[in-house]
Ligand binder design. Sequence first.
Ligand code: ADP
Ligand code: MG
Ligand code: MG
Length: 250
Amino acid sequence: MALLEIKNLQVRVEEREILHGLTLAIDAGKVHAIMGPNGSGKSTLSHVIAGKPGYEVTGGEILFKGEDLLAMAPDERAAKGVFLAFQYPVEIPGVATMTFLRTALNAQRKARGEEEYSTPDFLKKVREISKQLNIPQDMLKRGVNVGFSGGEKKRNEVLQMALFQPSLCILDEMDSGLDIDALRIAADGVNALRSPERSMIVITHYQRLLNYIVPDVVHVMSKGRVVKSGGKELALELEASGYAQFEDAA
Ligand code: ADP
Ligand code: MG
Ligand code: MG
């Protein structure tokens, strides 16, 4: 059974249909890249999976671990293991990143019926992961995302993923605004989270990111649909031939 199964999904934003019958299935343990030109609906898809308000689903369905995802509230989806990164880089002044992480993690563990981490266990885990991600301890004392650079925000998201251990990670344009060193660190962090139980959707406009996070499957989106799927070599073909060929097909 697929971990995530999207069937004929139709979505409207402010009366305009953005996704026109999108179908996609992702097995556990697989990394799927979604590529496509700007405005093709990639972020819309990620928002609808995560349950961001403002989207009207007018048709189709999304099954996650066989359950109706669209019937769940956003926090319920998160507790079930859906994690969307990089779309809410909200700043929370006055709340130290460390405190935020601990509160969010324990709320999520509670919702899953798991025991909360003790303070020493939590600190040990955060230190271990932040070291791998090259996150300085003083960054964790600062307000959430306050004054974080693009790279720091992304490393903070990867830290959250490593703590929350979601079964589906959606990474929306993690390469935007990152220099090559920051991209490598973030991508290494993501790769360390690959496992037979965890699936990932890596959304990107460019092929470059997929040199670092090598996908099992590549999909091309155009005008609100998946218009082509293939192996990782499809990303290289696209780099050479561009998206224009799909604009007509869609
Ligand atoms: P991508 O992530 O592939 O660049 P998006 O999902 O952001 O594409 O956008 C797909 C289309 O939906 C675009 O035409 C965009 O203008 C439109 N759209 C997205 N969000 C909104 C919104 N909140 N209100 C109106 N139109 C939107
Ligand atoms: Mg865009
Ligand atoms: Mg987008």
